[in-house]
Ligand binder design. Structure first.
Ligand SMILES: NC(=O)c1ccc[n+]([C@@H]2O[C@H](COP(=O)([O-])OP(=O)(O)OC[C@H]3O[C@@H](n4cnc5c(N)ncnc54)[C@H](O)[C@@H]3O)[C@@H](O)[C@H]2O)c1
Length: 277
């Protein structure tokens, strides 16, 4: 452990994962933060998934070992679309650790939530996806910002998507919500800079996670591995990203290595955003 987040308290929202072949972004990021010394509040609407992440952290790092607090990872079941969801997760963090230094917003839905092209998108699907991906992220930031301002290292890392800026014709609400995440991030950065709180976003390209591959392949009715290969061939670096690629970018943006970086929307995409056609 190199300790780039030693002594910090990080809240990871969407810290569980959709079941599937590989690890998801939120879980990999939580484990990466823990490896670097952070205490974690693991938030998920499915508390069992957050508990599995806490168990993975305990397995890997060992509760109480190497001088770490036995309560280094706290799992909590909160749905961030609930009216009081954001306030509740902030209250849990304060009760457990007394402060928040890092807020990582990973929750996002799209495939499987009824998205579609603009002319085939229902009001319900639009409202649901915008609510989960954007409105709830904004409300979570609103709840956490006053606490982050008390930290000397306050940092927000929002998970957007390359879909915000690249083609995603069949994912209208997802694309709009992620474009909103980028705009929200810049606005958070500007309005909190003088309080020492940084805000940045990550735009993952094709990442081999259960949400990106397993769920999508199931929806499309195609073979998982074939679908994964198809995605890999579209990436200039010749492979899909892994959740660890996203987690490493999140760690960089959350840590003091990025102390003079705020308002950035960082593609983590194997070169996809540089590619025409
Ligand atoms: N995999 C890709 O190719 C790819 C590409 C671009 C962006 N992303 C983004 O990555 C993020 C997801 O990554 P992941 O692999 O961790 O996904 P995941 O689905 O495995 O994990 C997300 C977790 O969030 C939880 N969650 C969902 N709705 C919630 C709510 N309302 N309140 C609280 N928790 C909720 C789920 O239970 C799940 O455990 C999303 O923001 C997605 O848009 C993924």
């Amino acid at each position: 452990m190199t300790g780039r987040l030693a002594g910090r308290v990080a809240v990871v929202v969407g810290a569980g994962q959709t079941p599937g072949a590989n690890i998801g972004n939120g879980r990999a990021t939580a484990i990466t933060f823990a490896r670097e010394g952070a205490s974690l509040v693991l938030v998920d609407r499915d508390v069992g998934r957050a508990e599995d992440t806490a168990a993975a952290i305990a397995d890997e790092i060992g509760s109480g070992s190497a001088g770490r607090d036995a309560r280094a990872a706290v799992a909590v079941g909160v749905d961030i679309t609930d009216d009081d969801g954001p306030d509740r997760l902030v209250a849990v963090a304060l009760e457990a650790f007394g402060r928040i230094d890092v807020l990582h917003n990973n929750v996002g839905v799209g495939v499987g939530a009824g998205d579609g092209p603009p002319h085939h998108l229902s009001d319900d699907a639009y409202d649901r996806i915008m609510d989960v991906n954007l409105r709830s992220m904004w409300r979570t930031c609103r709840a956490a910002v006053p606490v982050l301002r008390d930290s000397e290292h306050g940092a927000i890392v929002n998970v957007s998507s390359l879909a915000a800026v690249a083609s995603a014709g069949n994912l209208t609400a997802y694309k709009l919500s992620k474009a909103g995440v980028n705009a929200l991030t810049q606005n958070l950065a500007l309005t909190n800079a003088k309080y020492g709180v940084r805000a940045n976003a990550i735009m993952p390209g094709f990442v081999d996670t259960p949400m990106g591959v397993d769920s999508a392949a199931e929806q499309l009715g195609v073979d998982r591995d074939e679908y994964a290969d198809r995605r890999a061939r579209m990436v200039p670096l010749g492979r899909q990203g892994s959740a660890w690629d996203v987690a490493n970018a999140a760690l960089f943006l959350a840590s003091d290595d990025a102390a003079w970086i705020t308002g950035v929307v960082l593609p983590v995409d194997g070169g996809q955003s540089s590619k025409l056609g």
